[in-house]
Design a protein around this ligand. Structure first.
Ligand code: GLA
Length: 411
């Protein structure tokens, strides 16, 4: 008993010294440099089937989403990857050990889908599992064990032959022993195809509360790496790190990790829930996009584009917010040490973007004090409205509605 007490005390001291999640002192995995060469240095933008459709996907609805991506103006705003998430494949590989599309739901095959997307000026994304199964297979909602572990070279070649431009690669196992080697093996297999394929990984599914995607910096293993468990269309979910995460839960979790982002390497706070329904207010949906843009995060819409209303479209395509996300300096925001609701990001034009989030359910009343940022008397742009705003003696005379984010740009 005494031994256990001493042991517990020692463990507690060690945990408090090194931090139990390693976030403040992450291991840098995968060497140096960008994971996959030849890609743009700014965050990928696109659409993914999972948040709105789960396993209920087929080729005609993916084509319809692609058509809506173009007709809505989303593609012109920068959203070009169309990512087919989990459940597109048959439960078993073919006789050559290759993954194959479900013949009922994707009768034309994945190469044809890729060709269609390319013909529309879009890019083709696909999902696979990094362990022995995909997440739907781990969850028991889809049959089979078609994970790519041990098949990395074959699968990378298959994807490249189908014209895939983006691989979402998900660790779906309760065991984490081989994560680093498996994720690196697929990175190397993608590199070996010679095709520039965005490599998007999630190390967290099924891994409990100490999340590998948060603990380690995977910036040289993958183009983008998930930092939390799955997002849900809520502001705060009330669940632990092993459960669904609300938008603001993810923002809080991301705060110590944003400086991992840089040209060609992005932290991934997960896909957008804007226009997905659920419990997010219009103001919270604006904050969702603004804060993802401040983090230089990939913007992967998750809503049904064929039924998108104009409010959702206007939020998702706001040119000022997207310009911050896509700023060529790729310097992600950090949170102010004096006011945790204020985030600042350096921009390529020498100016900065400032986000002031009001995470509460009450109006944050004027003034907003920006004095600590060195702004005394200035005229800045309100990015959402495009209007000029005056900063007087370090203060902006504006209220911020519950859940909303004031987004400013100094030049
Ligand atoms: C995991 C991922 C999700 C989605 C599902 C598919 O939960 O985090 O984004 O891809 O798997 O099963």
């Amino acid at each position: 008993m005494r031994f256990l007490t001493t042991l517990t005390a020692t463990v507690l001291i060690l945990v408090s010294v090194v931090g139990c999640d390693g976030v403040d002192d992450p291991r840098h995995l995968g060497g140096t440099g960008v994971a996959v060469p030849g890609l743009p240095s700014t965050p990928p933008m696109g659409w993914n089937s999972w948040n709105s459709f789960g396993c209920g996907i087929n080729e005609s609805m993916i084509r319809a989403q692609a058509d809506a991506l173009v007709s809505s103006g989303m593609a012109a705003a920068g959203y070009r990857y169309v990512v087919v998430d989990d459940c597109w494949y048959t439960p078993a590989r073919d006789s050559n050990g290759r993954l194959q599309a479900d013949p009922t739901r994707f009768p034309s095959g994945m190469a044809a889908l890729g060709a269609y997307l390319h013909s529309r000026g879009l890019l083709f994304g696909i999902y696979a599992g990094a362990s022995d199964r995909t997440c739907a297979q781990l969850a028991g909602t889809y049959p089979g064990t078609t994970g790519s572990a041990g098949h990395e070279t074959t699968d990378a070649q298959t994807f490249a032959s189908w014209g895939v431009d983006y691989l979402k690669y998900d660790w779906c196992s309760t065991s984490g022993d081989q994560q680093e080697s498996r994720f690196t093996a697929m990175r190397d297999a993608l590199r070996a195809t010679g095709r520039s394929i965005v490599y998007s990984i999630n190390a967290n599914s099924g891994r409990g509360t100490v999340l590998p995607g948060a603990r380690d910096d995977w910036g040289s293993v993958a183009t983008m790496s998930r930092i939390t468990n799955d997002i849900s269309a809520t502001w705060t979910s009330g669940q632990g790190a092993d459960g669904y995460q609300g938008v603001y839960d993810i923002v809080r979790a991301a705060a110590p990790m944003t400086q991992r982002a840089g040209p060609g390497r992005f932290i991934d706070p997960d896909m957008l829930e804007i226009g997905v329904g659920g419990a997010l207010t219009a103001a919270q949906q604006r904050s969702h996009l603004a804060l993802w843009a401040m983090m230089a995060a990939p913007l992967i819409a998750g809503n049904d584009l064929t039924t998108m209303d104009s409010t959702t479209r206007q939020v998702l395509t706001n040119p000022g917010v997207i310009a911050i996300d896509q700023d060529p300096l790729v310097s992600a925001a950090s949170r102010s040490s004096t006011d945790p609701d204020i985030w600042t990001r350096k921009l390529a034009d020498g100016g900065q973007a400032i986000a002031v989030v009001n995470p509460t359910t009450a109006t944050r009343t004027a003034p907003v004090d920006l004095g600590a940022l060195g702004l005394r008397d200035a005229t800045v742009t309100d990015v959402w409205t495009g209007r000029m705003v005056t900063v007087t003696d370090g203060r902006v005379d504006t209220d911020i509605a519950a859940g909303d984010t004031l987004l400013l740009r100094t030049r």
